[in-house]
Write a protein that binds this ligand. Structure first.
Ligand code: G4P
Ligand code: NA
Ligand code: NA
Length: 189
């Protein structure tokens, strides 16, 4: 995980006590080598889990999801935030964003997720866990098996990870941030 750790330490910006900007390698410009490393690491950690599908939500989850799906040799399915006009049979759930103070519906076509699937959910950030809750609801609706969740950057101080782990979900976070207070990045050892 050395590439990712170096990027976090040298190329991220603390923009407030709550938000870390990673626009130069994850959220705006994407570093493909970092993404490859991330995908391989998730595949390694979940190698025994017999995953059939990787699930994320557009937009920033897609790059993470693609390298993970490639490493596991399974399809990547991403939930859409706008209902495609051609979509007739779909699972629907809702994500509330504290950062943006608004909620969006997310959609997945029923034909791409079913009860035979063993699903790994991945995303770039875990804050309060609202996005992940929305994604886990799609998995439930499909009666698929949620095998685990892979997160690139978990902001542990915002509590979403604890709530999900307490509910029994296996979460693997590559980077855990304990605090961003005072403009300083405090990573968990
Ligand atoms: P939650 O889902 O964990 O509850 O978090 P929240 O509502 O706060 O997140 C809203 C959006 O902001 C999400 O992206 C999430 O990935 C992103 N986000 C949360 N915390 C941080 C942070 O510290 N830094 C950065 N760079 N992003 C953060 P989204 O709305 O789904 O947008 P997209 O990037 O996928 O298009
Ligand atoms: Na995201
Ligand atoms: Na994001």
């Amino acid at each position: 995980m050395q590439l990712l750790i170096d990027k976090i330490l040298n190329n991220s910006q603390v923009v407030s006590d709550e938000i870390l900007r990673v626009d130069s390698f994850i959220n705006h410009m994407i570093d493909p080598n970092v993404m490859l490393e991330i995908g391989r690491e998730f595949a390694r950690r979940f190698s025994d889990a017999k995953i059939t599908k990787v699930l994320t939500v557009e937009a920033s989850g897609i790059a993470v999801g693609l390298t993970t799906a490639m490493a596991l040799n399974v399809p990547l399915l991403f939930a859409k935030k706008k209902m495609p006009s051609t979509l007739q049979h779909y699972y629907l759930s809702n994500i509330y964003s504290f950062t943006k103070n608004e909620s969006v519906d997310i959609y997945v076509a029923k034909q791409y997720l079913n009860r035979h699937d063993r699903v790994l959910i991945v995303d770039d950030f875990l804050a309060r866990g609202e996005a992940l809750k929305g994604l886990t609801q799609l998995v439930k609706q499909a009666e698929a098996e949620l095998v685990g969740i892979g997160i690139v950057i978990e902001k542990a101080f915002q509590g979403g990870g604890k709530a999900l782990r307490d509910s029994g979900v296996r979460i693997e976070s590559l980077i855990k941030i304990n605090s961003l207070e005072g403009g300083k990045l405090h990573l968990e050892e």
